[in-house]
Design a protein around this ligand. Structure first.
Ligand SMILES: *Cc1c(COP(=O)(O)O)cnc(C)c1O
Length: 437
């Protein structure tokens, strides 16, 4: 399968090139040249299939031309080495818990899958040295990418994060790993980290000296595997005996990579009725739905901070998938935007009435279902992070203690190792060049 750029002014590339380069030369995002369909028969038995069986069929449909099936099976098994349970929260709402992976965040799956794919294609060209993954993080992405890529051969990871602006738990998840993971603390903001990474990608000297790539959700190998969640969610609902034509999924959204994979899954044949993109106060997508105009701006800080995005990078993919048809987009997705107070009160109400502990991100999607489900519909919302990752915020909101899972506590006991740099590009470049092996 070939991949084209959403800007349509650079050549189509192979899967390998789309993964290794991340962004197209014309700054567009890669999309599969055709959306393959999954045979209808598959959906008749999906309720009896396991997560691994389902994910393998989906992975093979997308990547089967490019990666041999045995290897793909191993990649899927290693990527999904934990459970993704669906739980009933109240009469009409179910939650799919995506936070049982290594860093308790939904990004674990995409990161691990991408690491394997990068390693797979890279291992065929041994002479070229390591691939160096640069990732800027305000917290969650860095930990998922670092853990996903840990000990994957032929790949080194540099995580850039703003000094003093990442929570101790988040910091511990990418500064204590060692091995092929290097954490770099920048005297500056998250935007400074991001701009250092961007400067590195366009620096000729650096790109001649070392092989650089990114691991954010613009990468096809990171965002596409997220569609496993939606097939799995659908299967578990069918197993529960829910009417398969009345399923609505609400997705806490920031860069819109996760929901974009869901929309592609729907196009492949997954019979989810419709989606809700749940947002915090960063409401650029909701405004687009309401007006047809897209006006990205600076991000607004909120308590659901992994969704503080003012210019969602995957918006271009959604537009492309729907051929810029605003009405068609509105037919498949609705939106919503909540203030921090609304997010807190949702956490409290749901805890008080059901005992379920939401994290601030999942809370937006849970609330959206409460407001937007129509009679007869059943809703699933995604829980994208374990509530313990936002312990103080959650405890304040619900007035009860949140247990820290042992996996998270283990990171806190590790020894922190980090390099501290200024936000000036020359210093960062010099450091990277010193790391060539
Ligand atoms: C990244 C993230 C999101 C948003 O996902 P997108 O694919 O960027 O829309 C939501 N919740 C949490 C906890 C995240 O880390």
């Amino acid at each position: 399968m070939m991949y084209y750029s959403t800007n349509h002014s650079s050549p189509d590339v192979t899967l390998r090139d789309a993964i290794v380069h991340g962004l197209a030369p014309d700054r567009g995002l890669y999309m599969p040249e055709r959306i393959p369909s999954i045979p209808k028969a598959f959906f008749r038995h999906i309720g009896e299939m396991s997560l691994h069986e389902i994910a393998y069929v989906v992975a093979n449909t997308l990547f089967g031309d490019d990666v041999d099936s045995e290897e793909l099976r191993n990649i899927v098994a290693d990527t999904l080495g934990f459970d993704i349970p669906l739980r009933k929260v109240d009469d009409n709402r179910y939650v799919l818990e995506l936070f049982h992976g290594p860093t308790l965040a939904f990004k674990d799956v995409g990161a691990r899958f991408m690491a394997h794919m990068l390693s797979h294609f890279h291992s065929k060209e041994k002479s070229t040295g390591d691939v160096n993954v640069l990732v800027a993080t305000s917290g969650d992405t860095g930990s998922a990418v670092a853990n996903g890529f840990l000990n994957v051969p032929g790949v080194r990871v540099f995580v850039l994060y703003p000094y003093g602006k990442v929570s101790p738990i988040q910091e511990a998840q990418f500064t204590t790993l060692g091995g092929n993971i290097t954490a770099i603390e920048i005297d500056g903001t998250f935007d400074d980290c991001q701009s250092l990474v961007k400067s590195a990608f366009i620096d000729d000297e650096l790109n001649k000296a070392m092989h650089l790539t990114s691991a954010n959700s613009i990468n096809v190998a990171r965002f596409l595997p997220q569609m496993f969640y939606y097939y799995h969610a659908y299967a578990r609902m069918v197993q529960e005996g829910v009417d398969p034509e009345q399923i609505v999924v609400a997705v806490p959204s920031g860069n819109f990579g996760n929901i974009c994979s869901a929309l592609i899954a729907k196009r492949m044949g997954l019979p989810i009725k419709r989606f809700i993109a749940a947002n915090n106060r960063n409401d650029v997508f909701l405004r687009y739905l309401n007006t047809g105009e897209y006006n990205p701006g600076a991000s607004i800080p909120t308590i659901a901070n992994a969704m503080d995005v003012g210019e969602p990078s995957n918006f271009a993919r959604i537009l492309d998938l729907y051929g810029n048809d605003h009405a068609a987009i509105k037919a498949d997705i609705s939106g919503c935007s909540y203030t921090d107070d609304q997010i807190r009160s949702t956490m409290r109400e749901v805890y008080d009435s059901t005992g379920y502990i939401l994290d601030p991100h999942g809370a937006t999607a849970c609330r959206a279902l409460g407001e937007q489900l129509l009679p007869g519909e059943k809703g699933i919302f995604l829980e994208t992070a374990h509530p313990a990752k936002f312990k103080d915020t959650v405890e304040d909101a619900i007035g009860a203690r949140v247990q820290i899972p042992s996996r998270l506590a283990a990171f806190m006991r590790g020894e922190k190792s980090t390099v501290r740099l200024s936000r000036q590009f020359p210093a960062f470049k010099k450091f990277l060049l010193s790391q060539i092996q």
